[in-house]
Design a protein around this ligand. Structure first.
Ligand SMILES: Nc1ncnc2c1ncn2[C@@H]1O[C@H](COP(=O)(O)OP(=O)(O)O)[C@@H](O)[C@H]1O
Ligand SMILES: O=c1ccn([C@@H]2O[C@H](COP(=O)(O)OP(=O)(O)O)[C@@H](O)[C@H]2O)c(=O)[nH]1
Ligand SMILES: [Mg+2]
Length: 215
């Protein structure tokens, strides 16, 4: 077992082998614009975008044995069991040559958060939080037009409830650690990205590697 030194005190042992990664959690209500802005961040700052929702939808399409369960949970706006989502994220991180990841739409509850930290040893560099009213998010989701089973008013109302009751406590947890960078996500897309650029440009000038000690 390795031991943390003064220079590497943020470091955790983990199930990623000795892969060293920097992770930013991108959180916010459904329709707040997470996916849209992650694409911009990828283009400008060299991160890899991992959308937990996209990974779950790909798992359904792949014909996995969990597919029907995942589909039913998404249709109901419920949170898929942590072990399923964490496995998908962990595999995606390990299979990718990059060492900088935006994890979009995860963790969605405190149990997701604690399990992810425990299993992977990853602590996020910070949390990018998209702040947007439900009225605006509802408008965007109803106009998204991607043929999603959950972009209907009935499921949207359930997703808002889950967001407030289960996902906001995760943001509050990171708030208490001083790790939340809040964005006014109600602005037009280019303006939101201008605000995001300020955050990522200052990050780029820092040493931001999460070093992982392995035995
Ligand atoms: N700032 C914005 N203003 C208006 N529409 C937006 C904005 N950001 C995203 N959208 C649109 O809203 C919908 C939801 O955006 P998306 O990025 O998929 O959100 P999320 O991943 O948070 O659910 C998409 O149709 C997208 O084009
Ligand atoms: O970590 C996650 C991410 C997503 N989901 C499910 O997938 C749905 C869609 O998530 P996504 O992040 O794609 O939605 P968005 O917030 O982008 O609209 C959610 O409502 C959940 O049912 C989940 O269970 N766990
Ligand atoms: Mg999304």
């Amino acid at each position: 077992m390795g031991s943390a030194t003064e220079a590497t005190k943020d470091i955790s042992e983990n199930l990623l082998g000795d892969k060293k990664v920097t992770v930013v959690f991108v959180l916010g209500g459904p329709g707040s614009g997470k996916g849209t802005q992650c694409a911009n961040i990828v283009e400008h700052y060299g991160f890899t975008h991992l959308s937990a929702g996209d990974l779950l939808r790909a798992e359904i399409k792949s014909g996995s044995e969990n597919g029907t369960m995942i589909q039913n949970m998404i249709k109901e706006g419920k949170i898929v069991p942590s072990e399923v989502t964490i496995k998908l994220l962990q595999t995606a991180i390990l299979e990718n040559g990059n060492d900088k990841f935006l994890i979009d739409g995860f963790p969605r509850n405190e149990e997701n958060r604690a399990a992810f930290e425990r299993v992977t040893g990853i602590v996020p560099e910070f949390v990018l939080f998209f702040d947007c009213s439900e009225e605006e998010m509802e408008r965007r989701l109803l106009g998204r037009n991607q043929g999603r089973v959950d972009d209907n008013i009935e499921t949207i109302k359930k997703r808002f409830k889950v967001f407030v009751e289960s996902s906001l406590p995760v943001v509050e947890h990171y708030e208490s650690l001083g790790k939340v960078k809040r964005i006014d996500a109600a602005k037009p897309i280019p303006e939101v990205f201008e605000d995001i650029k300020v955050i990522f440009s200052s990050l780029a000038s820092k040493v931001m590697k999460l070093v992982i000690i392995s035995s």
